[in-house]
Every structure is written in structure tokens, then in C-alpha cells.
Design a binder for this molecule. Structure first.
Ligand code: C5P
Ligand code: MG
Length: 297
């Protein structure tokens, strides 16, 4: 088996031998990939997080904005609110990624963060028709090779479920402006509810934050039912909370999980390695997911 693996990584997937790639159990990755290859594209679906997974963590030395942070724009909200949003980010993001706290301990803080920001955005009466411009003016950027990833999935008719605790309206605009909002893309996220004049009045449905994606997955039965014909799942995320995104796929046979470890790398390495099949250290590209995809389809 080792010899076969050696051959597989050396000849077919050189990307997996990079120093930035870590695996707890190579043999499990190998078995899963062969099983997925055997079943082919027709059995595959991809479930991916959005912020810091399909988008970069940093670009040209600067942090890339999340969908929430794209809304932190003077075009949409007043000066006091831009400061407030930044302060909330600086308060709660360190808690979100704190390696010394478990998800249950983080949960109340996450609810607090999302609730405060959503209330602020509603108070600021954000306009639907300014949304596209805010995205255009932002430094939102997809990972290198991300367009190829979207295009390949569309060509092979592999469903892509983007499961984001960000803002769905902004997420859609980002992928639209990158010309990758193909018909195979499905989205579960926090969507804005605008009144008849196009002003934000609420957020729709149950709040999704980084650590309740399991509940979100189970409550979106209808979206996920369409994906029930595809028992093999390639899951991409940048947070331990992203691992539950596939919990709604009751028919799952093989699941291969890839975790982008962007921040607090040393502190979180062990927990990521114990949780994701493949861990990518400070990798701003889609090279590994693209290579896996090429191997499977
Ligand atoms: O797509 P994803 O599920 O990653 O989107 C959620 C991310 O957005 C969180 O990981 C969090 O860091 C970020 N966030 C933010 N501002 C908020 C709430 C969440 O930047 N107000
Ligand atoms: Mg994320």
C-alpha cells in the first residue's frame, strides 16, 4: 500500500507532497480518493465554506474582507458604524479562532457578534442597490485557481453547495462579479430581507454562525435533498465548525475533508490535524482541491 501511495502522490498528485500539506492518516485519504475516483463525477458533490476558504485570507499583505466586512463601507454605513464594526471584529474574531476554547464555549460569543452586527446593519438602513458597488470597491479576492475549481465543477455537473455564515447577498455578488455563479451552485447563508423600497429591514431565517452549521445543514433539507444522488462529498473549510456542513447528507458514503489553516497556525495545527483529513498550512491557492478534483473526475 505504501508503494502505491508513494506512486500516487509522486506521479498523480504531486501537490499532496508539498510541505504545506499535512495529513494525520495518509492511508485514509488514499482509500477515500480511490473510492471517489471509482464512483466518478456523477457520485460527487462539493460542500464548501466561503469566507477564508473560497476567498483568500490575505492578499498583497492585507487581510481580505469577509462578506460582512465588505458591508463595512462608507457607501453603506456611517462613520461611527464603520468604527463599531471594526471594534466588534477585533473583539470577537480572536474568540472565534481561540485554540483554548471549545465550540460550546465560543457559541454564545458568536451569537452575540452576529446579532450585534446584523442589528447595526439594519439600523443603518442598507440599500440593496448599493450592494454591487460595495463589492466592486472591496478587496474581496478568490483564492488562486478558484475560478478553475468552479468551472471544472460546472463542466462535470458536480453540485457545489456553498455553506456560509457570511451574508448570502454579498457572497452571490462576489461570485457573480468573478463570473463563476454557474447553475450547479447552491447556497445556504444569511440572506437580507429588504422592504419594498429596497432598504434592509431584517435577516431571513435562522441565523447561521460559524459554530451552528450542523443545525443549518439539518434545517435545509430541501436544498440538500437535490444533492442526495451524490453520496461522495469533498468538504472544504477553514474552521472546525465547517466540518458539520455535511451533516445533512444522510446518504454520504465517502467524505474527504480539507481544512485551510490560515491563522494561529501553530496553536491550531493539532486540532486541525485531528479533525480534517488534509490540512493546508497558509496556502492561498486552490491547488490541492483542484488536484483532488482532477484525480476524481
Ligand atoms: O463563509 P463563512 O462561514 O466562513 O463566513 C463567516 C466568517 O465571517 C466567520 O468565520 C467570521 O470570521 C466572519 N465574520 C465577520 N464579521 C461578522 C461575523 C462573521 O467577518 N460580523
Ligand atoms: Mg470561513
Amino acid at each position: 500500500i505504501l508503494a502505491i501511495w508513494h506512486q500516487l502522490t509522486k506521479t498523480e498528485i504531486p501537490e499532496l507532497t508539498r510541505v504545506s500539506v499535512m495529513m494525520r492518516e495518509r492511508s485514509r485519504v488514499e482509500d477515500t480518493m480511490y473510492a471517489m475516483q471509482k464512483a466518478g463525477a456523477g457520485s460527487l458533490q462539493v460542500i464548501s465554506d466561503f469566507d477564508m476558504t473560497l476567498t483568500k485570507f490575505a492578499h498583497k499583505g492585507k487581510r481580505v474582507p469577509t462578506t460582512h466586512n465588505i458591508l463595512n463601507n462608507k457607501l453603506l454605513i456611517d462613520d461611527d458604524s464603520t468604527v463599531k464594526m471594526k471594534e466588534l471584529f477585533n473583539t470577537y474574531y480572536p474568540i472565534e479562532i481561540d485554540a483554548s476554547l471549545n465550540p460550546e464555549e465560543k457559541l454564545p460569543y458568536m451569537v452575540e457578534w452576529w446579532t450585534k452586527v446584523h442589528d447595526l446593519l439594519i439600523q443603518q438602513r442598507i440599500r440593496k442597490d448599493e450592494m454591487a458597488r460595495a463589492v466592486r470597491e472591496s478587496n474581496a479576492v478568490l483564492r488562486e485557481g478558484c475560478s478553475a475549481f468552479f468551472d471544472c465543477l460546472a463542466e462535470q455537473r458536480v453540485p457545489l453547495l456553498i455553506f456560509s455564515a457570511g451574508v448570502g447577498d454579498i457572497l452571490e455578488e462576489v461570485i457573480r462579479q468573478n463570473h463563476v455563479f454557474h447553475p450547479n451552485v447552491h447556497i445556504i447563508s444569511n440572506y437580507m430581507d429588504f422592504d419594498h423600497t429596497g432598504v434592509l429591514q431584517a435577516f431571513k431565517g435562522q441565523l447561521i454562525h460559524s459554530y451552528n452549521k450542523r443545525a443549518g445543514a439539518l434545517s435545509h433539507g430541501a436544498t440538500l435533498r437535490e444533492l442526495h444522488g451524490q453520496p461522495n462529498v469533498l468538504l472544504l473549510g477553514d474552521s472546525l465548525g465547517d466540518l458539520s456542513m455535511a451533516d445533512g447528507v444522510s446518504t454520504a458514503q465517502n467524505i474527504l475533508t480539507v481544512g485551510f489553516l490560515n491563522d494561529q497556525v501553530e496553536e491550531r495545527k493539532e486540532s486541525f490535524l485531528n479533525s480534517f483529513d488534509i490540512v493546508l498550512l497558509r496556502d492561498e491557492t486552490m491547488d490541492v482541491p483542484n488536484a483532488i478534483l482532477r484525480f476524481i473526475v
